[in-house]
Design a protein around this ligand. Structure first.
Ligand code: ACO
Length: 448
């Protein structure tokens, strides 16, 4: 099987959002803390008519329709999510409604969960299936769907919501370089959801940042050594055109790329020029732990990496800055941003992806791109996703409305026997929404 990878993509995020600048005023924090400090512009959230199931129904039906894929042609469907609505019934089974209508119930796959990493696990499962002897010639479909909400406090502005769908098969324009995966997994309590009565996580913010950067270092080292083994030459940031990161908030992405640059400096790569070398020299003897704690190193490496950051990372930051953390969908929404911004120049280029899920699981992997043929071409994928229009047609709510929605959702979480407002005035045609939950906790959805 040649060129197994992503053939088509679609993204959905709620049309309802709140401006970070307004949140700063509302929360009484210093001006610039969320916009400059965290690097975020806006945060999407689900109102009471949307959730991870409705968003996944919306994104899947839209993908099938826009690329004219017969639902019978899907042989595997994998969902990544960390938003628990049911402890047993998978989100995948809700999505089966779309396929059983067309007489297709012969679809493997269920949900994968580990914080923001579930989408990557789902993607690997589908790619591995297409590459395996159990592949039956049909497409794989991956869905990442999450609503990221936090209790009041410093983590709240790092919420967000979205769903991404990806069609998997051979002869793809977005090709997996499967040999180049570098993984790091370990046991930590940085962000977790032990309270089953609440949708909110328990989060050790500072620890989660350090864990993320340590995982990044470890994955990058492994990724580089695999590249070196297979290609017989050193890998550095010069060998990829874009770096796409799981994006809880933009500041962490800036720090992450600076960290890769610092790794290249320690590995003596030619990607680090003489001036940068001089600036980073004072930090060359820090121990690993010291290097994660050093504010000076963080600032210095961000400064020297800034120019390359603007070229190789900035194009991926659009949707994550506008929508917020989308958990499992975050990395893929960042990738969608690159497709949106650069689709006509991506042929022949390499994109390195870094997936991180607290707890923790992380992998660095890469894609090679080619233009591809209609409808599975990079330009068509970008035009189908229509990111500008989706961003522009959103409705900004004030912080009060956002807080009110969070309060209502706290009551609704795990509840039964209620009707939603069924207010679809802000939803575009084709969007699924929740109508009611009955006395047996069964959920019902309709389509605008
Ligand atoms: N103007 C400009 N910058 C400011 C201002 C201001 N007025 N005020 C603060 N800042 C800067 C700070 O200097 C800091 O920047 P730095 O990191 O470059 O030093 C940044 O804003 C954040 O300020 P802190 O005081 O460090 O923020 P706080 O501790 O209040 O919360 C945190 C930040 C920990 C990220 C919190 O939002 C959180 O816990 N989020 C959820 C956890 C998370 O997303 N972790 C990432 C990996 S795990 C995952 O994906 C869920």
């Amino acid at each position: 099987r040649k060129d197994v990878g992503i053939l088509a993509m679609e993204i959905y995020f709620p049309p309802t959002c709140v401006q970070q600048e307004a949140m700063e005023v509302h929360d009484g924090v210093s001006r610039g803390k969320y916009t400059i400090g965290l690097g975020q512009d806006c945060m999407a959230f689900c109102t009471e008519v949307e959730d991870v199931i409705s968003m996944s129904l919306t994104v899947v039906s839209s993908l099938l329709e826009k690329y004219k894929i017969d639902p019978k042609e899907i042989g595997r469907l994998e969902v990544g999510s960390e938003t628990v609505i049911d402890k047993s019934k998978s989100i995948k089974t809700w999505l089966m409604q779309i396929f059983q209508e067309h007489g297709n119930t012969d679809i493997e796959g269920v949900d994968s969960t580990n914080a923001c990493y579930g989408g990557t696990a789902a993607l690997f499962n589908c790619v591995n299936w297409v590459e395996s002897s159990s592949w039956d010639g049909r497409y794989g479909l991956v869905v990442c769907t999450d609503s990221a909400v936090y209790a009041e406090g410093p983590a709240r502005p790092t919420g967000g919501a979205a769903a991404v769908a990806m069609l998997i098969g051979p002869n793809a324009p977005i090709i997996f370089e499967s040999k180049l995966r570098g993984t790091h997994m370990s046991h930590v309590y940085d962000f977790y959801k032990p309270d089953l009565a609440s949708e909110y996580p328990v989060v050790d913010g500072k620890l989660s940042q350090t864990c993320y950067l340590m995982a990044l270092d470890s994955c990058y080292k492994r990724f580089c050594s695999k590249y070196e083994k297979f290609e017989g030459k050193q890998f550095s940031i010069s060998n990829a055109d874009y770096f796409v990161f799981h994006s809880p908030y933009n500041k962490l992405v800036q720090k992450s790329f600076a960290r890769l640059y610092f790794n290249d400096f320690l590995r003596n790569c030619s990607s680090v020029d003489k001036d940068a070398r001089e600036i980073l020299e004072p930090y060359s003897n820090l121990t690993g732990d010291e290097s994660y704690q050093s504010r000076e190193l963080e600032k210095a490496s961000q400064q020297v990496a800034k120019k390359i950051y603007n070229e190789k990372v900035q194009p991926s930051t659009l949707i994550p800055k506008q929508v917020g953390n989308m958990y499992t969908a975050s990395l893929y929404a960042a990738f969608v941003s690159v497709l949106h911004n650069k689709n006509n120049t991506l042929g022949g280029q390499r994109i390195v992806m870094f997936s991180y899920g607290s707890g923790l699981s992380s992998t660095m992997f890469s894609f090679k791109l080619k233009e591809g043929e209609h409808p599975f071409s990079l330009s068509n994928i970008a035009s189908v996703m229509n990111v500008s229009q989706k961003l522009e047609s959103r409705h900004m709510f004030g912080p009060e409305k956002f807080v009110e929605t969070m309060k209502l959702m706290e009551h609704r979480y795990g509840a039964k026997e209620y009707e939603t407002s069924k207010d679809t005035s802000l939803l575009s045609p084709g969007t699924f929404y929740l109508t009611h939950v009955d006395s047996m906790y069964r959920r019902y959805y309709a389509q605008v």
